[in-house]
Design a protein around this ligand. Structure first.
Ligand code: ADP
Ligand code: MG
Length: 682
């Protein structure tokens, strides 16, 4: 078998310099190289008559040079090189820019092929900067040519050549990754053919077949990995059967509000999980403000009343503190003791917490990553809740889970992802969705504005602050940056404090500040001592300041839709009508469409659906906001059917062979191990 681990610099024609460039593309070894898939293909296979070329399309023509190449010096740095090419049907004027060295490349009686973009002004036929070669050659034309996504300083020709060389080394000897029974049943290409045809297809049909197989493999292996992970949890020892007499309804009846239908539904699902002996592994998806915290609180109540402890893990101290407040408010009437553990606490206080926790005197521990530390020991941990799951990796989840004896796990996220995708992507978790906001929540009115509206926006802020409200302003940058045309926190802060709102209390917040400073500012804002808070996106998901009712986002075009929606969720948390003002620059169709989507709906699921559609899964998931591995070839929006099929097949296999032990599944076992090894942690 071939050594796919072979370092890239030792491939023929690479060497140390090119290796450095290839490394930038994420290509370190032979395997990376052959799986560096083309972005698209150009059909340089079919020669067209000059008279049949179409304006605006790329075409391959073949003809003889007429006369010599003509050099025209336009100005100091611009020389046009023009050549007339004639075939049986007509002639074409070919132009290159600043490439005088081409002057002696053409012999009068030789036939050449030219591939490039055609334009046809006033009946003339022209071609700009084509690639060319002798009509008898077949290096750059005469076939379907792959175009690679990024190349840094490498030309397409160079990278193509390197990949070709790499393929020559391995094709025919690549180990098959899928078992025969799958290949046969679905009539997939074998791995060698697929890899060859994805780069250098014989025709577009072969390309499509190759792509299909590779997309399947990518999605299928992910599904298998997720399902066997889930399986690993499930076939472990039985979990805890929480007490049927510890009734969720007792705490529900004590709440100051009525639960929404969606909250009641997910609680029924959770209750059922908790009472069964199967350990719960549940993802709770719900938009910002949909009321996930109270669901966690009710689950914690049930755990504690059944004689267990619960832990709630939040990504920041601010959120953890906020959770502690709401938990204490409700649970203290039931004699349940809650405690906060964050990294800021004093040594003495911390030791006290650890002692009481180990002794079982603390019922609910709420904290940040600090709760993961080795010396945090529970007496009887029964329920683990993590908030905003995309911030915690799978490994962190298992670290905390291992502090108990197969406890139930509830993972909460406020990043809605399209329902269909969620079901599939979180293959290792069961899913509950809160798709309804508490009643009487006022819709956040959202306006997308351009520069001309600046004054009106400022007046609007002034008026609301005078009425006692508070305002957030979010910018993409901390400090001014000459290279990026976007607003910064410090720039706006200076301007607003000195000139625009000299009479208001303006403060700033960004990630470069010390945690203590950040917490202090946030505390001040919560207490109403700051009117306008200018910040980067550090103002946390889930931060609750009901008195703030305006969210201004500068350079909104720079944020993803999901992120804009998250940010908007910082307001609209109280009784006041709230507003989100998106200041944007640029006039592209895409930007306008995105602004339209976000202004027209407050439904996070609709927005994520649209975001996925507009940006494609590459970018959507590429942001890593979702903790989902990036795909090399699959596109989750386009390949959704393949994803479903892959999931179906993976489920069948795992049902029959849960640990993939059988001989015929040997290659799958390998594939899954590989996936776990590479599983990203955030
Ligand atoms: P998120 O899902 O974003 O974490 P929270 O749990 O912070 O949302 O809830 C947002 C606010 O809504 C909180 O102030 C909470 O007390 C309130 N809330 C939750 N459920 C209800 C309900 N059923 N009716 C009214 N208010 C509710
Ligand atoms: Mg929350």
């Amino acid at each position: 078998m071939t050594n796919l681990e072979k370092e890239i610099q030792f491939i023929k024609g690479v060497g140390p310099n090119r290796a450095t460039l290839l490394n930038k593309l994420g290509i370190f070894n032979l395997k990376d190289l052959i799986t560096y898939f083309p972005r698209e293909h150009e059909d340089r296979g079919n020669v067209k008559l000059i008279s049949e070329t179409v304006h605006g399309e790329e075409a391959l023509i073949s003809g003889f040079p007429v006369g010599r190449m003509n050099e025209i010096r336009i100005r100091k740095n611009l020389t046009l090189c023009k050549l007339i090419v004639r075939d049986e049907s007509g002639s074409c004027e070919v132009t290159w820019y600043n490439q005088s060295y081409l002057k002696n490349s053409f012999k009068p009686n030789e036939r050449y092929k030219f591939y490039g973009k055609v334009s046809r002004p006033y009946g003339k036929v022209e071609m700009q900067s084509p690639v060319f070669e002798l009509a008898t050659a077949s290096k750059n034309t005469g076939k379907i040519i792959p175009i690679y996504p990024l190349t840094y300083s490498l030309t397409q020709n160079t990278i193509r050549k390197i990949i070709e060389t790499g393929l020559e080394e391995v094709i025919g000897n690549l180990e098959e990754t899928l078992p025969d029974y799958i290949l046969n049943k679905y009539k997939f290409y074998d791995y060698n053919t697929a890899i060859r045809q994805i780069h250098f297809p014989d025709d577009f049909e072969s390309f499509n077949k190759a792509r299909k197989r590779l997309v399947f493999e990518e999605l299928f292996s992910m599904q298998l990995a997720l399902l066997s992970l889930k399986n690993k949890y499930e076939i472990k020892k039985p979990g805890i059967e929480f007490d049927k007499d510890a009734k969720m309804s007792d705490v529900i009846d004590s709440l100051p509000f009525k639960l929404t239908g969606a909250q009641r539904r997910v609680l029924e699902e959770i209750d059922k999980d908790m009472e069964s002996n199967k350990p719960m592994n549940r993802l709770l998806q719900g938009d910002v403000g949909s009321g996930k915290t109270v669901v966690a609180l009710i689950a914690a109540y049930k755990a504690v009343k059944s004689g267990y402890q619960a832990v709630i893990m939040a990504p920041t101290a601010i959120l953890a503190t906020q959770h502690l407040e709401s938990f204490e408010n409700t649970l203290k009437d039931f004699g349940i003791k809650c405690e906060l553990l964050i990294s800021g606490v004093t040594k003495k206080k911390k030791q006290d917490i650890l002692d009481r926790l180990a002794a079982g005197e603390i019922d609910v521990l709420i904290g940040t990553h600090a709760v993961l530390e080795d010396n945090v020991e529970f007496k009887k941990l029964g329920l683990v809740v993590t908030d905003e799951q995309h911030r915690f990796g799978v490994r962190q989840r298992s670290t905390i889970v291992e502090k108990g004896n197969n406890p139930d796990v509830l993972v909460m996220t406020a990043t809605p992802i399209p329902r269909t995708l969620a079901l599939i992507l979180y293959g290792d978790l069961d899913i509950s969705i809160i798709d309804e906001l508490p009643p009487n929540r006022k819709k956040i009115e959202t306006y997308a504005v351009t520069k001309g509206m600046e004054q009106r926006v400022n007046n609007f802020i002034q008026k609301n602050v005078e009425e006692g409200r508070q305002c957030y302003i979010v910018c993409p940058l901390v400090e001014e940056n000459e290279e990026i045309d976007a607003k910064s926190v410090m720039e706006i802060y200076e301007n607003y404090k000195k000139s625009v709102f000299p009479n208001l209390k303006v403060e700033y917040l960004h990630g470069k500040m010390k945690p203590k400073e950040k917490d202090a500012i946030m505390e001040e804002f919560k207490n109403g001592n700051i009117d306008i808070l200018i910040s980067t996106t550090v103002i946390e998901v889930g931060v609750n300041v009901p008195n703030s009712n305006i969210m201004v986002i500068e350079n909104a075009e720079r944020f993803g839709l999901a992120q804009l929606h998250q940010l908007r969720g910082r307001v609209g948390r109280g009784e006041y009508q709230s507003y989100c003002i998106l200041k944007y620059q640029g006039n592209s169709e895409m930007i306008r469409e995105r602004m339209k989507v976000i202004s027209s709906t407050n439904d996070g699921f609709v927005i994520s659906e649209k975001d996925l559609e507009l940006r494609g899964s590459g970018e959507f998931f590429g942001t890593r906001q979702h903790g989902i591995p990036e795909f090399k070839i699959a596109n989750l929006f386009e390949d959704i059917d393949m994803l479903k099929q892959a999931q179906g097949i993976a489920m069948e296999i795992i049902d029959k062979d849960p640990t993939l032990e059988s001989k015929e599944n040997e290659s799958l076992r390998k594939m899954v191990d590989e996936k776990f090894k590479n599983r990203i942690e955030i």
